[in-house]
Write a new protein. Structure first.
Lengths: 343, 321
């Protein structure tokens, strides 16, 4: 059931493959530029709360975003800037949430990575790891009851989340119900500071697919082509009714857990290994090597990304924060007559 | 015709399923088996594909209900015993309860918790969970004490756009009977005067309403007229009705089956003392279960929870001051 990765090569349509790579690369670049900008703003003291980056995970994450369609469901986790942007999130939504603007989707009520627009298919994660997976299964379960066909849901997590009871309960539930769930696990070698040998004892996390009775797929998370192929195929298998799919990508987190963390504990050997390669640079080299992008295109894409990020972060910084005396922030129920009266 | 508290819960679910295509029931053994207590008896057959067995996975059960609610459904979750909802606690209090506040999208799930003690059930099949859920913002917590309320409040729970914790008391399942299902009811959020009196206000909810009414009967033979207030919902808590009653009687005793620390009885007394201190002729008192796990043996169990006898004894102390 566990399948190995083969180099993606579409037989016929090279131009579609090229376009997909270019689209994916540009979202990876945008995510990287935005993450770098957020890290700078954090160091300048402009961010309210923490900053958590997807550096090193863009190839995997973007493959989800470009593989999903409008109407699908996506539950990103903290290192999915690339996937969020490629699915449907605006740079401004991200900037506003990190910078505490009252105009963002979370209106100052929640910050940074805890953002989403559930009505548009992007769920707003809570911090408790593994908790979003069964929410995705719930959306898919409801759609099946309502006769909605052809949509899929993707949930993301890291190696650490796979140790939770929530992960296990939700994976088993999705398998029992044969729901079109794609579970994408970024095995980035550390959960905060805890190395994988203190996290799990199986050969590879993909082996867990056997236990759930679902399909499992491994992929080199530093390789954009491989990620596009494996994640894309998993999404289409789920869409075709083949049940839940588990994708486990090997890669290395190229930053701390958050920007407060210098990641001194990451082994030098790992950084120097293939896992430690930067997927954005690899993707750029691949585009050049395929002659799908020349130096001028790469430069213009980069400056376009920088411009978008600068515009969004500048705008968000100028926007008002929430005013506790203007909007009613103190109502936790939508049913107003059931509020206790202390709002 | 006679209908039990448990049958009322089944009938309310049948009506919800019949009237609203968005409603479905999800829980352990709720399908063809009809539930551990038979609260969903026959419903899987009557409503194919809408009353579904879940794996033993309370966290994922709640997560699934939340996801379905985001898609516009009205899930009813049956926890086999309220005690097991602790496994789903994270999803309920952190995911469902924060959803509307964080995202401006409501999360209409109903979580049925068969709660409370029955003889011989022991520490893990007897708990009452209303206080810990009421502690969290974003949840409505209902504690019906009558057959009529079990029916009407469950229907209202399903209709409410926010997550509702429906605490149904197992002790009342079979014993409590009514002649017919109600055609009208007090809305959620309003307490009920279960018995009128002038000497003492006894505030309580769920199964303790019946113990309190029995205590009031006993006290009547001694010349005391005790007013019994059935809270019906502990969140929101109908402070107005409680304080109006205390204004008439000048004395307050709160009774709850839950543990004493920081619970519903503590909340009621706090509100009365803060908002109606001058109405009191004696220090308010409360009676709860003892601060230990719920015992298995009936001898211990009946001494652990408040009973008509212990409630009457506590009431006399307030009355005689």
């Amino acid at each position: 059931m566990v399948q190995s990765v083969s180099e993606p090569q579409s037989a016929g349509d090279v131009s579609a493959t090229r376009d997909l790579h270019i689209k994916a690369y540009r979202f990876m670049l945008l995510a990287r530029v935005l993450d770098d900008k957020l890290a700078s703003l954090y160091r300048a003291g402009k961010i309210l709360g923490g900053v958590f980056l997807g550096r090193g995970q863009e190839a995997l994450s973007v493959s989800i975003g470009v593989g999903l369609r409008e109407g699908d469901v996506f539950a990103p986790l903290i290192r999915d800037m690339a996937g969020r942007l490629a699915f449907n999130e605006s740079v401004l939504d991200a900037a506003r949430t990190f910078l505490g603007s009252s105009l963002g989707p979370m209106r100052g009520r929640d910050g940074n990575i805890h953002r989403g627009r559930p009505k548009e298919g992007q769920l707003a994660m809570i911090s408790h790891l593994g908790a979003m997976i069964s929410v995705v299964t719930g959306t898919l379960f409801a759609r099946r009851m309502r006769g909605v066909k052809g949509t899929v849901g993707v949930a993301c997590c890291g190696d650490g989340s796979t140790s939770t009871g929530s992960f296990h309960e939700a994976m088993n539930q999705a398998a029992v119900e044969k729901l079109p769930l794609v579970m994408v696990v970024a095995d980035n070698q550390y959960a905060y500071s805890t190395p994988t040998e203190r996290q799990f004892a199986c050969r590879s996390l993909v082996d867990r697919a056997v236990g759930y009775g679902i399909s499992g797929h491994e992929v080199d998370g530093t390789n954009l082509s491989a990620c596009l192929k494996v994640v894309g195929d998993a999404i289409e298998r789920a869409r075709a009714g083949e049940g839940p799919q588990l994708v486990v990508a090997s890669l290395l987190r190229l930053c701390g857990h958050g920007e407060h963390d210098d990641a001194h504990y990451i082994e030098t050997k790992l950084k120097a290994s293939d896992l430690g390669r930067d997927c954005v640079k690899l993707a750029e080299a691949y585009l050049s090597q395929q002659s799908w992008a020349d130096a001028a295109s790469l430069a213009s894409w980069r400056s376009e990304a920088i411009q978008k990020v600068e515009e969004a972060t500048t705008a968000a910084q100028r926007e008002p924060g929430p005013d506790p005396f203007v909007e009613n922030y103190w109502a936790a129920l939508s049913t107003k007559n059931l509020l206790e009266g202390n709002e | 015709m006679s209908i039990t508290y448990l049958e009322a819960i089944r009938e309310a679910q049948a009506k919800a399923l019949r009237d609203d295509p968005r409603v479905f029931i999800y829980g352990q053994d709720v399908g063809a088996f009809g539930g551990a207590f038979k609260a969903t008896k026959g419903l899987a057959k009557e409503f194919p594909g809408r009353v579904l067995d879940s794996p033993i996975a309370e966290d994922a059960m709640a997560g699934l209900a939340i996801g379905a609610a985001l898609e516009g459904m009205r899930p009813i979750l049956e926890m086999q015993f309220a005690d097991f909802s602790t496994v789903a606690f994270n999803q309920i209090v952190n995911q469902a309860a924060t959803m509307f506040w964080r995202t401006n999208i409501s999360c209409p799930i109903t979580v049925r918790l068969p709660c409370g003690g029955t003889a011989g059930s022991g520490p893990f099949h007897s708990q009452t969970m209303e206080a810990i859920y009421a502690h969290y913002p974003g949840l409505v917590v209902l504690t019906p004490a009558t057959v009529e309320d079990a029916y009407s409040m469950l229907l209202e729970a399903v209709a409410i756009d926010d997550p509702v914790i429906f605490c149904e008391h197992k002790f009342l399942y079979y014993h409590l009977k009514a002649d017919a299902l109600p055609t009208e009811a007090l809305p959620v959020g309003k307490a009920r005067i279960a018995r009128v009196g002038r000497d003492l206000t006894l505030v309580t909810y769920s199964a303790m309403v019946h113990e309190s009414l029995a205590a009031a009967d006993e006290l009547r033979s001694e010349g005391w007229e005790v007013e019994v207030v059935d809270l019906r919902s502990v969140k929101p808590l109908d402070t107005d009705t409680v304080i109006a009653s205390v204004a008439r009687t000048g004395r307050l005793l709160c009774v709850g089956e839950a543990w004493p620390w920081g619970g519903v009885t503590a909340e009621v007394i706090t509100r009365v003392v803060c908002e109606g201190y001058d109405l009191l002729d004696a220090p308010p008192q409360r009676l709860n279960a003892k601060d230990t796990p719920v015992p298995y043996h009936p001898n211990l169990w009946s001494a652990h929870r408040p009973t008509a006898t212990s409630i009457a004894a506590a009431a006399r102390k307030v009355l005689q001051r």
